[in-house]
Write a protein that binds this ligand. Sequence first.
Ligand code: KG4
Ligand code: ZN
Length: 374
Amino acid sequence: MKILGIETSCDETSAAVVMGDGQSFEVQGNIVSSQIKIHAKYGGVVPEVAARKHLEAILPVLWAVLGEKGQKQIDVVAVASGPGLITSLLVGNEVARILSYLSKKPLARINHIEAHIYANWLSPIREIRNPKSEIRNKYPISNIQFPALCLVVSGGHTELILMRGHGKYKVVGETRDDAAGECFDKTAKILGLGYPGGPAIAAEAARFMACLPVGRVHGLPAGRQGSWLMDKLLPRPMMDSPDFDFSFSGLKTAVLYMVRDLLKKNKMEEIRPAMAREIQEAIVDVLIAKTLRAAKKYNVKTVMLAGGVSANKRLRERFVEMMRRELPNTRYQMPDTKYCTDNAAMIAAAGYFHAIKKDFTPWQKLKVDPNWEL
Ligand code: KG4
Ligand code: ZN
C-alpha cells in the first residue's frame, strides 16, 4: 500500500510517499519545505505568514514527491488535521480533500502528535540494529512491541503517552505550562540566540563541552568555572514529584533572573555557552527522570522518543545511557533525526495503520481541529 502523507500544521510544508507492505516501511520520497528562515526574523512563527507560505509551497512540494504528472500512483491520502495553527492546517487539508475527490482514493485523518510517535516506525530499532544487514529506508514494522511508552517533546507538546496497541493511547503525564521545545525557544531568546531555540542552545552547549578539556570556559571569570561545571545551578522542576507531569515555565524564569544577575559582571558572550549547557542539562534531566519512572511503573516493552526536541543529541545520548543502565531488557527506539521535526513521512506511516483498519474520513467530512487531543 502506497500512502501519500501531507503535513502543514505549523511552519513546514511537507509531502511524502511511504510504501507499507505489511512487513516493512519504505520511504520513497519525503520533501520538507521549511519556513524557518522567514519566521526567524520575527523570533517565532507568524501564523498568517505561515499560511501564505504553505499556499505557495504546497503544489511544488507535491509535484516534487509525486512527479509533475502524478506519475507516482498512490492508494491512500493521509493528512495532519490537528493540532496546529488553523490557517496552516487548512492548506494541507483542502489539498488532501481535492486529491481524494479527484483520485477517488480514501482519506485518512491523522493527529499530528500520533504521527510524531509513528516516526519511530521509520527508523531501525537500536537494540537489534545490525548496520551490515540494514536496508536503507526500509524498516520492519514489528520492531516495536506493546505496551510502549513514548515521550513526545515538541514545540507545543510535552507528553508521556502509553500505547497499548496501534491507535490505543493514554496520556499518563503532560506539561502543566510550557512545552520542552517552548522552554528551549524562550530561554534561547533570553540568551540572544535565534529561532528555533532548540538547535541554537544545543550548538552553544556543544561549544561549551568542546572547551572542557582545555579547562577554559569561554572567558568565564576564573574561580567561577568550577561551580559552573559542578553545580546544578538551575532548578529541575517537578523532577522528583510522584506523578508524570512536567512544568517548564519556572525554569524559564530562573534563567531570566540568573542571566540578569550574571550580566552585572560578565558579557553575554562569556556566559552564553555555559548557560546553554546548563539549560539543556536541566531540561534533559527532567525528561529522562520522568520517562524512566513511567516506564518502570507501566512495565512497558518498548520506550520511544518523538517530536522536534528528540533531535537533541544530548537527550538522545542520555536516553540510550538510561535505557542500557536502568532497563537493559526493554527495547528502545528513537526516530531518525530527519523524522524528529515536522515531516510528512510520519503522517504517511500513521496513515498506514489507519488504512489497514479502514479508518477513513469521506472528503466531504474532513475537518481541521487546531486543539485536537490524542
Ligand atoms: O515537532 P516540531 O518540529 O514542531 C512541533 O510540532 O512543535 O518541534 C519543534 C521544536 C522547537 O521548539 C525546536 O526548538 C525544537 O523542536 N528542536 C530542538 C532541536 N531541534 C528542534 N530542541 C532541542 N534540540 C534540538 N536539536
Ligand atoms: Zn510537530
